[in-house]
Write a new protein. Structure first.
Length: 284
C-alpha cells in the first residue's frame, strides 16, 4: 500500500496492540459520534467468544455452529448433536476474556484451551479438564483465569486464514479497517516483520466504507474472485454491526476462507463502549 498508509499503520499498530490486548484500550479509543472523553469513561467492555458469535450471526455474519456449556455432561450432549449430523469432529474451546488460549496451560497441568474431539466421550473428557480449572496464557498473567464455561462448535476445514479488524482511532477521530493475508498469528508480529502485508483504511463515519476501500482490504487479505464478493459482504456487515452495537473493536482472527469459497469468522474478540450501555442491551 501507499507509503503514507504504511506509515499510518505502523503508528496505528502500536495502538492496535493496546486496543486488542489490554484493558488500557479505555484511553486509546473513542468514536467520533460519542461524547467527548473524560477521565472517568471506560471503553473496554468485553464479551466472551460465544456471545460475540451469537451477535455476528444475528447480523448476518457466517460463524461456525456452536453452543456454550457449563458441565461435561452438557458438552457430551452438544457433541452428540453435532456429530450426528455432518460434522466429523467438534472443537471444545475454553471461554475466558483473554487471548492465547490454544497455547495456554491449566494450573492442573493440562495443556491447551482449544481442543478437537472426534467422539462425544472425548469432548466430555476434554471439557472436564477445563471446566472449574484455571487457564494461564500470555495475556492472563501468572494467576490465570478460571474457566466456568466452554464453547462447543462444529469443526470446519479451512483453505486459508486471514485477519480483519475494526477499531476506532482516537488520533484521527474515525473508524479504521485493517486487513491482512496473514491470519492465525498475532497481528503485532506481522506488523513488526512484514508490515507490507497489512492494509488499513480510515473510514468516514458519516458515510461508512466505500466500495473501493472494501475492495482494497479484501485484496490485501488475498481473496480470489471466487470468494472476494463474500468477503466484501462480510466486512460490510461487520462494520455495520460495530456501528449498531457501539463497538470500539472487532478483531476476527482467523477470518477464514473455506474450500467451497465461503468465508467464516472462526474466532472474534469484541470490545464495546461502556458509555453506550444505556443504548445497548444484548452485549451488556
Amino acid at each position: 500500500f501507499a507509503k503514507n498508509t504504511k506509515k499510518c499503520f505502523l503508528s496505528l499498530s502500536r495502538r492496535v496492540t493496546s486496543a486488542l490486548r489490554s484493558p488500557a484500550a479505555a484511553t486509546a479509543l473513542r468514536s467520533p459520534s460519542f461524547a467527548s472523553p473524560s477521565s472517568t469513561q471506560r471503553r473496554h467492555l468485553k464479551v466472551h467468544e460465544y456471545i460475540g458469535a451469537q451477535l455476528m450471526k444475528e447480523h448476518g455474519v457466517s460463524v461456525p455452529e456452536g453452543k456454550p456449556a457449563t458441565t461435561p455432561a452438557e458438552v457430551r450432549r452438544i457433541a452428540e448433536e453435532f456429530l450426528a449430523h455432518d460434522s466429523h469432529d467438534v472443537v471444545v474451546k475454553a471461554q475466558i476474556l483473554a487471548g492465547g488460549r490454544g497455547k495456554g496451560t491449566f494450573t492442573s497441568g493440562f495443556h491447551g484451551g482449544v481442543h478437537i474431539a472426534s467422539t462425544p466421550g472425548e469432548a466430555e473428557k476434554i471439557s472436564a479438564q477445563m471446566l472449574g480449572h484455571t487457564l494461564v496464557t500470555k495475556q492472563t498473567g501468572p494467576k490465570g483465569k478460571l474457566v466456568s464455561k466452554v464453547l462447543v462448535t462444529e469443526r470446519l476445514y479451512i483453505r486459508r486464514e486471514t485477519y480483519f479488524a475494526f477499531l476506532l482511532d482516537r488520533q484521527r477521530g474515525c473508524p479504521v479497517l485493517i486487513g491482512s493475508s496473514e491470519g492465525g498469528v498475532n497481528i503485532e508480529e506481522v506488523a513488526a516483520s512484514n508490515p507490507e502485508k497489512i492494509a488499513s483504511e480510515a473510514v468516514d463515519i458519516r458515510t461508512g466504507p466505500t466500495d473501493e476501500q472494501l475492495d482494497r482490504i479484501v485484496s490485501a487479505m488475498g481473496f480470489s474472485d471466487k470468494s472476494a464478493t463474500a468477503a466484501k459482504d462480510t466486512l460490510s456487515k461487520l462494520y455495520q454491526m460495530a456501528i449498531d452495537l457501539d463497538a470500539t473493536q472487532i478483531e476476527i482472527n482467523p477470518f477464514a476462507e473455506l474450500p467451497d469459497g465461503r468465508v467464516v469468522c472462526l474466532d472474534a474478540k469484541l470490545t464495546f463502549d461502556d458509555n453506550a450501555k444505556s443504548r445497548q442491551v444484548e452485549p451488556h
